[in-house]
Design a protein around this ligand. Structure first.
Ligand code: SF4
Length: 184
């Protein structure tokens, strides 16, 4: 029987979204049939695309979409970082806090009052159950942990995502300056 070499072994890929809109993941799906090429090289071990509940150990590459907006986001990030070799800030919300940071100048109390009381429908109230507490400010990943690779864009284009992943899988650091931000 042929012995499995390091080269044959598939990498373990995870993706997750925190305080994001899922648009970066939608763009990931836009790589279309190229996902079959990726599937030859990686196993997706955790993602909204697969039914796994617990973030696993020994992940090679994790794409994180979204900023840190809640205590739950922070808890997840602190679990992911030590379990991941290459942590990728996936999209502008992860890199700069982008859209989630628009609440920062107003503070959490004013934000919650505006969204749930002033904009509320028939029975306005601020939810106390099932909604994780907001962090004082929405911040990018690198404010809390070391980030290894940044893939910019809102969202990054499918071509950019495929290129970056292909480079990472081959053990190279993706040089993204030649890629367009919003599409090929
Ligand atoms: S970077 Fe843009 S597409 Fe991605 S989560 Fe943020 S707002 Fe959505």
């Amino acid at each position: 029987m042929k012995k499995e070499t390091k080269k044959d072994k598939k990498l373990r890929l995870a993706t997750i979204w925190l305080d994001g809109c899922s648009g970066c993941h939608m763009s990931f799906l836009d790589i279309d049939e190229r996902i079959l090429l990726l599937a030859e090289k990686v196993d997706i071990v955790f993602s909204p695309l697969v039914d796994v509940k617990e973030f696993p150990e020994d992940v090679d590459i994790t794409l994180i979409e979204g900023a840190l907006g809640t205590e739950e986001d922070l808890h997840k990030l602190m679990k992911i970082r030590p379990r991941t070799k290459i942590l990728v800030a996936f999209g502008d919300c992860a890199i700069t806090a982008n859209i989630p940071s628009m609440r920062n100048p107003f503070g959490t109390e004013a934000t919650l009052n505006h969204v749930y009381l002033e904009m509320g429908a028939d029975r306005p109230q601020i939810p106390t159950q099932g909604v994780p507490p907001l962090l004082p400010r929405a911040l990018p990943l690198h404010n809390y942990v070391k980030v290894d690779v940044f893939i910019p864009g809102c969202p990054p284009s499918a071509d950019t995502i495929f290129f970056a992943l292909t480079e990472l899988i081959e053990g190279r650091t993706p040089e993204l300056s030649q890629m367009t931000r919003f599409g090929a």
